[in-house]
Each structure stands twice: as C-alpha cells, then as structure tokens.
Write a protein that binds this ligand. Structure first.
Ligand code: NAD
Length: 469
C-alpha cells in the first residue's frame, strides 16, 4: 500500500502515524495519509516564516513567472491528479467532475499570475502625496474542505503566494492524498518553504489556526468550524477569509420555459452530488409552473448514469463519506415521515456511499430538508403563490452564500435579484464562479472574498507611504 507524505521546505516529511484512505465508491484502499503532530505544525509554520523573508523580496515578475510554471505542472499532471480526486473524493472523471476540477485549478492559477496590484496614489495636492502599497501579510494558514479539495486548495494557495506570502495548508482528513500529491508536484517549481503541508483532522487544524505566528487564515468549511477558528485566531490576531456553508435558494419566476432552464437547474443542484457550497439547495417554483419544472428535472435525473466515477460513462458518483451519506438519508427520511413526496431516480450500485438523485415535493419552509444545508443529492421543490412570498422565503435563513433567479425576462429577473441576501445572485445560472469575479458569503456564510483583484487584496496588508512635498 502506498504511503503519502507531507511536504515541508520542499522535502517529504516522515510521519509517525497514518490513516488509511478508502475510495467512497468501492471501499478499496487508496493509501496511507500522514497524521501530523502539533510539533509538525510548529515546524511547518517556522519553515514558512523563514522562507517568507526571501519570497517577499523576489521581484513581482519572478513571482508571476513562477506561478506560470505552477500552471504547467498542473496541466502536465492533470490526468494523474484527476484520477486521484475521483478515487478519493468520488466525483466522476467525466462531466463536471474531476477533470473539470483540474481545469479549474489551472484557470485559478493562470488568472492571479496575470494580475497586478501596483502602488496606488490615493491622494495628492501641492503639499502631499499618499501612496497605498499592498505588502504581503506573512504566513498564511489554509484549511480546506473535502468537496472540491484541489480547486479550493488552489484558491487559497495561489493568490497568497502571488502576493509574497508563504503558506501552510491542511487538507481535509477525508481527502488528503490528492492535495498532498498536488503540493508535492507544485513544489518542483517553487522555492523551498513557500508551500508546506500538515495533515490530520480538526485538532491539527486547530493547532495551525491558533498558532501565534501566523498572519492570515484562509478557511473554507462549515459554519461551526468557522466560529471555532475565529476564537482560535485571538492569539495571532490574524485576519480571516471565511467561506462557510450555504443554503442557496433558486427562484423560478412565473411563466419561465421549464425545458430551457432544466439543465441549468439540474447541475446547479446536483453538481458533485450536491456537495458544493454554492449549489441550489432550495428550489422555489410558482404554483402554475410547478408540474412543468418537476417533470423537466425528473426527465433529466432519470437519464443520469450513476456509479464509480472511474468508469467514463458515469456522470454521478457517490457521497464522499459516511457522515454525509447518513445526514442526507436522515433529512430525506424526515421529509418522508412528514408527508412529503419523495421522488428518487437512477439505479445505484450495491457498494459505496451512493444515493439516488432525489426531488422532494409537497414540502414547505420550516421542514428540515429546507432549513438545514443538506449538502447532497436531495432537492426540495417548494411551491409559491406570490413573488414577495418567494423572496421572503429565500431570505429567511441565516445562510447567504449564493442565490439565483430563473426567468425568460432578464429585466424582471434583475429586479428580483437585487432583493436577495447573498454574496452572489446568479441569473439563469447557479454557482457560475469565475476567477476574475469576487466570490464570498453574506450573513452566516462568512466574510471576505476570494478571486480577482479583491481576492489578491485579501492576502495583503495596506501600507501607506505619505510624503510631504
Ligand atoms: P468542516 O468545517 O467540517 O471541515 C473543514 C476543514 O476544517 C477540514 O480540513 C477540517 O479538518 C478542519 N477543521 C475542523 N475542525 C477544525 C478546528 N477546530 N480548527 C481548524 N480546522 C478545523 O467542513 P467540511 O465538512 O469539510 O466541508 C463542508 C462545508 O464546507 C459545507 O458547509 C460547505 O457548504 C462548506 N463549503 C463552503 C465553501 C465556500 O466557498 N463558502 C466551499 C466549499 C465548502
């Protein structure tokens, strides 16, 4: 069985302890992932601290060139890493699966390499000139989840190093191997110590985020962990980018052509088996269109091949882990017990954490499947009578990551969109993130944004040079 390692200072680090990682589709072993200790965390942070002094001094052009070399490494190893993602995380190679995740890794590396944050004159008159410089923060602690393990790691790593920081990243304990391998490969072109890993569960995450010598925390994961990280950061006073859970509402406006939007709605809800932060998790449809929308979604769902994602024909894989599998089953059972209509599609294999694609009708606000983030392939479809009622429903929960409005009339859609409380409101698409467009949550979905120039600013500190003329 293959044993994988952490990388610190560009070298593989031996671990005393390991955990076996199993394929969620088959139960087969993928290999042994290291479990770090608190002292490993200290070593990684100290290494990143020393490396940061040199990396910050490297010219801007050299940093950009280095990140272009990272892009090439990702492209050259794309198939190897995509297969690891599929075997470890479960999303299929095909469709919007692990090859798609690798394309995103490349795109989210190319864009920061092309962006610049030059000094900016913020004020000038006859007597003074004030110039805002963006300087590195120092050492970034990055904590990643298991749903899009490599793409989210790249979101955290690349802007940080682009702006002269160094990074210690901890992947999720459910999906460490692909990330550790990606970092090992990237390190072939990065100076030693610029990118380091530790691995293990929340205890190692807590050791990293409470370390007094870190300067920034990038966190993507659940709201509960986000709150713990805020408390942990009081030792270092490190600023935090918090990308937390969502419970995105989609509203289909009355009279919208159901067939035209069905595919967008389907993948908006079932991308990565619904294990996506900004997925449609509540679908609000006007009473008069309800049957048409449910029929169009049902037609698509029953055609989707479900199975082991290593088989190129499959477009839908398993849930990633037992905890998530049980959570989704429990929410669907609760809906069924409360008289909802549970519509299940697809033939699922006997082994692995597979669930059928599920639409749940005859359901209302206040029921658990609507109010809790299911993070799985069970979509509640809720009827509404008036647009005001649909907007109030969409806004009534604490979560505020994404939302979407679906309509033939774009003007009307925009009027509804501005009333929705979310970091991004998409129109006739959902979860359509882009590396140039800032992305982040409102309300309990977190704060701070990633991507584009705003994302680069978030991994710098402003320093003003104020000159008397
Ligand atoms: P999680 O919070 O359980 O774990 C995320 C990471 O935090 C893991 O690496 C875990 O080991 C680590 N961790 C756990 N306890 C910690 C602690 N006390 N201190 C520091 N680190 C700790 O989340 P998850 O189950 O891996 O991910 C699913 C959640 O992430 C969902 O709610 C989803 O919506 C959210 N998510 C949000 C975004 C976004 O961009 N807003 C993107 C993807 C996922």
């Amino acid at each position: 069985m293959q044993t994988y390692s952490n990388s610190v200072n560009g070298q593989a680090v031996e671990a005393a302890d390991h955990q076996e990682i199993l394929n969620p589709a088959t139960g087969d072993s993928i290999g042994l992932a290291p479990i770090s200790t608190e002292s490993d965390v200290g070593f990684a942070v100290n290494t990143a601290r020393k490396a940061q002094l040199n990396w910050a001094r490297v010219s801007d052009q050299e940093k950009r060139d280095t990140i272009v070399r990272v892009t090439r490494v990702l492209e050259e190893n794309s198939e190897y890493l995509a297969e690891l993602i599929t075997r470890e995380q479960g999303k299929p190679l095909s469709g919007p699966g692990s090859r798609f995740e690798m394309q995103a890794c490349v795109g989210w590396t190319q864009v920061p390499a092309a962006l610049e944050l030059p000094p900016e004159i913020v004020y000038e008159d006859e007597e003074r000139k004030d110039v805002l410089h963006r300087v590195p923060l120092g050492v970034v602690a990055a904590i990643a989840p298991w749903n899009w393990p490599l793409m989210i790691a790249i979101w955290q790593i690349i802007p940080s190093i682009r702006m002269g920081n160094t990074v210690v990243i901890k992947p999720s304990e459910y999906t460490p191997i692909a990330t550790l391998e990606m970092v090992r490969l990237i390190n072939q072109v990065l100076p030693p110590g610029v990118l380091n890993t530790v691995s293990g569960d929340g205890r190692i995450g807590a050791a990293l985020t409470s370390h007094p010598d870190i300067d920034k925390i990038m966190f993507t994961g659940s709201e509960a962990t986000g709150r713990r990280i805020i408390e942990a950061s009081t030792r270092s006073l490190a600023p935090i980018t918090l990308e937390l859970g969502g419970n995105d509402a989609a509203i289909v406006l009355p009279g919208t052509d159901a067939d035209a939007i069905a595919e967008g709605l389907f993948w908006g809800a079932f991308l990565n088996m619904g294990q996506t932060c900004a997925c449609i998790k509540r679908l609000y449809v006007h009473d008069s269109d309800y049957e048409a929308v449910v029929n169009a979604l049902s037609n698509l769902a029953q055609q989707m091949p479900i199975g082991d994602g290593m088989d190129e024909k499959n477009l839908i894989g398993p849930l990633q882990n037992e905890m998530q599998y049980n959570k989704v089953k429990d929410l669907v059972a609760d809906a069924r017990a409360n008289g909802c209509e549970v519509m299940e599609f697809g033939t699922i294999p006997d082994t692995g954490y597979f669930l059928p694609l599920t639409l749940v009708g005859n359901i209302r606000d206040g029921q658990r499947l609507v109010d809790e983030e299911q993070f799985g392939p069970a979509l509640p479809v809720i009827r509404y009578q008036s647009l005001d009622e649909a907007v109030a429903s969409a806004n009534r929960l604490d979560a505020g990551l994404g939302a979407s409005v679906w309509a033939d009339d774009l003007e009307q859609a925009q009027q509804v969109a501005v009333r929705l409380e979310a970091g991004t409101v998409w129109i006739n698409q959902h979860g359509a993130i882009h590396p140039m467009v800032p992305f982040g949550g409102n309300k309990a979905s977190g704060y701070g944004v990633e991507f584009g120039l705003e994302g680069l600013k978030a991994v710098t500190q402003p320093r003003v040079i104020s000159i008397k003329k």
